[in-house]
Design a binder for this molecule. Structure first.
Ligand SMILES: NC(=O)c1ccc[n+]([C@@H]2O[C@H](COP(=O)([O-])OP(=O)(O)OC[C@H]3O[C@@H](n4cnc5c(N)ncnc54)[C@H](O)[C@@H]3O)[C@@H](O)[C@H]2O)c1
Length: 252
C-alpha cells in the first residue's frame, strides 16, 4: 500500500518549482492532488504531469493574496475529492533585491499578502475543514530567511519569520485536534525564483554557495522529500517544527 493512498493533498503554487515537485512526489505515493496556482497554464501542466505518472489530480485557480479565493479553493477541493487531509501552503514570491529604505510600498504589501496572508488564510480555511473531519496535516513553506536574515530581502525575511511564528502558534492551538502543523525552511533551491535572482545578480551564484556546507544549492526534489517526511502517516509525533533543509547552513 502506498503511504499516501486515498489522502487528498492540496498544494498552493504547484505550477512550478517546489510545489510541482511535491505534487509529483505525493502522487507517486498514491496521493490525490489538488494543484493550485495563480498561473493557469503552468498549473494545468503540473496536473498533466501528475496524470502521466498515473496520479489523480485537478487544477483550481487561486491567487493566495485573496482570502475569498482561498476559501473557494478549499471548498472546491473538498467538494471534488470528498475531503482534505494534507495542505501544503507553498505559494510565495521573493520581491526585488534592495535595502529597507528603497522598498516600494506596493511591494511590501504584495509580499505580506502573498507570503504571510496566503499562509494565514490558507491555514484558516484548511483548519475549518480539518477540525470537524478529525485531523490533518499542514506544511507551510517558509525559508532559511525565516530563521536568519537575508540582507537586501528584508520584507521576504520578515514574512518568512512570520510564517515560522504562525506555524508554531497554530501547531499549539491544534495539537489536541489531531492536526500537525510544521514549516520547512529551504536554503536557495534551483527553481524559477532563484534562477531569476541569479540572472539579475550573477555574482550571487558563486558567492552564496560558499555559505552552504554541502557545497551545492538545493534541488526541488530535496525539498519535496522533506515535505513528504513531515506528512508521513508514521511520523505522528512531530509538530510545531521549523525544519531547515539547507545543506547544513544553519549549523555553521
Ligand atoms: N527556491 C528557493 O530558493 C526557495 C528557498 C526558500 C523558500 N522558498 C519558498 O518556496 C516556495 C515555492 O517557491 P519556488 O522556489 O518553488 O518558486 P517558483 O517561482 O518556482 O514557484 C512559485 C509558484 O507560486 C506561484 N504563485 C506566485 N504568486 C502566487 C499567488 N499570489 N497565488 C498563487 N500562486 C502564486 C507561481 O505562479 C509559481 O508557480 C515559496 O514560498 C518560496 O518563498 C524557495
Amino acid at each position: 500500500m502506498k503511504r499516501f493512498a486515498e489522502q487528498v493533498v492540496l498544494i498552493t503554487g504547484a505550477g512550478s518549482g517546489i510545489g510541482r515537485e511535491a505534487a509529483l512526489a505525493f502522487a507517486r505515493e498514491g496521493g490525490k492532488i489538488a494543484v493550485s496556482d495563480i498561473n493557469d497554464d503552468s498549473g494545468a501542466q503540473t496536473v498533466a504531469m501528475v496524470q502521466e505518472i498515473g496520479g489523480e489530480s485537478i487544477f483550481i485557480h487561486c491567487d493566495v493574496a485573496d482570502p475569498e479565493q482561498i476559501a473557494a479553493l478549499v471548498s472546491q477541493t473538498v467538494a471534488y475529492f470528498g475531503g482534505l487531509h494534507i495542505a501544503i501552503n507553498n505559494a510565495g514570491v521573493a520581491g526585488n533585491l534592495g535595502k529597507v529604505a528603497d522598498v516600494p510600498q506596493a511591494e511590501f504589501h504584495q509580499l505580506v499578502n502573498i507570503n504571510l496572508g496566503g499562509v494565514f488564510f490558507g491555514m484558516q480555511h484548511q483548519l475549518r475543514h480539518m477540525q470537524p473531519q478529525g485531523g490533518g496535516c499542514i506544511v507551510n513553506v517558509a525559508s532559511v530567511a525565516g530563521l536568519k536574515a537575508l540582507p537586501n530581502s528584508s520584507v521576504y525575511t520578515a514574512t518568512k519569520h512570520a510564517v515560522v511564528g504562525l506555524t508554531k502558534a497554530a501547531a499549539m492551538e491544534y495539537a489536541r485536534k489531531n492536526i500537525r502543523i510544521n514549516a520547512i525552511c529551504p536554503v536557495f533551491t534551483r527553481t524559477g525564483m532563484v534562477d531569476q535572482m541569479f540572472a539579475l545578480a550573477p555574482d550571487y551564484e558563486q558567492k552564496l554557495v560558499k555559505n552552504i556546507p554541502l557545497g551545492r544549492y538545493g534541488e526541488p526534489a530535496d525539498i519535496a522529500q522533506a515535505i513528504l517526511w513531515l506528512c508521513d502517516p508514521g511520523n505522528s509525533f512531530v509538530t510545531g517544527l521549523a525544519l531547515p533543509i539547507d545543506g547544513g547552513m544553519m549549523a555553521s
